[in-house]
Design a protein around this ligand. Structure first.
Ligand code: PMP
Length: 417
């Protein structure tokens, strides 16, 4: 990935001091080497303080009545919505819907926009590198409606083959659903080109930004996307809060996905009128303190600067590729570091991913093993499971060195020659 303009490198000691969990030993006394931010990022003190501060000083339910606390907490929640709007450069905060995470947000698009717009015989285009969260909701929709799933072709090194894009995106395409950054290969996909291709045939584009949001500056207007989702917990915020961005004209026309409190204007015995945006898509009590934490997390990454975070993680990715490639039998999946974010998935010949994971974990090295919710991708890679190391703002070269040493020790333990 391009690191953009030259900027002062980040103060890694100061960053690491912000994350309490990184500064205490594990129960077995080892230093935590956290290389699993792709699954979920650790939380800085600033986010923890914001969540606790909400509960300790102004917690109440939101949008209910006009009590002092109710007003304060509702204002705080809406301020986070505005912060997310600015973070994504959406044109209105009405286009920012709070959900519990990327998975729910994608299901909302499928249940609401999908059911209203996709017809029998239409095609939904996905990519072979989609997380199940950006695949199964479309499969459910396709089955219900009688639509078809099509795959964009992918190159051997794990990039979308844009030269063959029009094999998949055709006049039958209704929707293109694509990840901005693969959670296994690390591939950064060309979202603007895909949006242009989708729009050229009258289709809409849904972007899964779950992995890209902590690493790439995201401008929904520049990318010209119709829907985009992300999860707070991968952006140093709490679990349980996520975002669905939707273009206003779509959200206005879509029926609510879920019914309940807050999403209505009026309810009668046998029908209701929905509330205006964004409440129309926010049935029930939202994750209030979690959203406050998301606001603090956005401030946190904005203060450091996403460009600086991206440059730091890119340097680590280059270094890790160099170091890991020297290990015998180690195969890295996906493109070269120039074309990817801070995710490295690999196998080691003769060693089960599960065994490696176990042996690394005993040394304090947290990675992830398995199919990472991408079974179709692993089928294409021809392996049942990979080990994934994924970087966050707090990782260092020493973490990469610990991974390499851990793998060497695991090789010995497994008696690999
Ligand atoms: N998409 C991608 C690319 C992901 O990596 C993940 C999380 N592993 C998701 C979607 C789902 O996110 P969540 O579980 O937070 O809903």
């Amino acid at each position: 990935m391009e690191s953009g303009a030259i900027q002062p490198t980040l103060d890694i000691d100061a960053v690491r001091a912000d994350f309490p969990i990184l500064n205490r030993p594990l129960p077995n006394g080892k230093r935590l080497v956290y290389l699993d931010s792709g699954a979920s990022a650790q939380k800085p003190r600033q986010v923890l303080d914001a969540v606790l501060g909400c509960y300790e000083t102004y917690y109440s339910n939101v949008h209910r009545g006009k009590s002092t606390l109710g007003l304060k907490v509702s204002e705080s929640l809406e301020a986070v919505r505005e912060k997310v709007r600015a973070f994504l450069n959406a044109s209105s905060s009405d286009e920012i819907l709070f959900t519990s995470g990327s998975t729910l947000a994608l299901n909302v698009v499928a249940l609401s926009w999908g059911r209203a717009n996709v017809k029998a015989g239409d095609e939904i285009v996905v990519t072979p590198m989609e997380h199940h969260a950006n695949l199964v909701p479309w499969q459910l929709l396709a089955k219900e409606i009688g639509a078809r799933i099509r795959m964009l072709p992918m190159t051997d090194d794990g990039r979308l083959d844009l030269s063959r894009m029009d094999e998949a995106i055709t006049s039958r395409t209704k929707l293109v659903a694509v990840t901005q950054l693969s959670n296994v290969l690390g591939t950064i996909n060309p979202i603007k080109e895909l949006a242009d291709a989708a729009h050229a045939v009258g289709a809409v584009i849904v972007v899964d930004a779950a992995q890209s949001i902590p690493h790439l500056p995201t401008d929904v207007q520049e990318l010209d996307v119709d829907f985009l989702v992300f999860s707070g917990h991968k952006l140093y915020a709490p679990t349980g809060i996520g975002v669905l961005y939707g273009r206003r004209e779509f959200l206005e026309a879509m029926p609510p996905a879920f019914g309940g409190g807050n999403m209505i204007e009026r309810v009668h015995d046998d029908h209701f009128t929905p509330a205006p945006l964004p409440a129309k898509f926010e049935a029930g009590t939202p994750p209030i303190a979690e959203a406050i934490g998301l606001g603090a997390a956005i401030d946190y990454v904005a203060d450091i600067g996403l460009g600086r975070i991206a440059a730091h993680e890119h340097a680590l990715t280059v270094y890790a590729h160099e170091q890991l490639k020297s290990l015998p039998g180690l195969v890295i999946y996906g493109p070269s570091p120039a074309r990817k974010g801070g995710i490295i998935s690999f196998t080691v010949q003769g060693a089960a991913a599960e065994d490696l994971n176990f042996l690394l974990d005993r040394n304090g090295i947290a990675v992830r093993h398995g199919h990472h919710c991408t079974m179709p991708l692993h089928e294409r890679l021809g392996v049942p499971a990979t080990i994934r190391a994924s970087f966050g703002v707090y990782n260092t070269k020493a973490d990469v060195d610990a991974l390499v040493e851990g793998l060497l020790a695991a090789r010995k333990r497994l008696r690999l020659t």
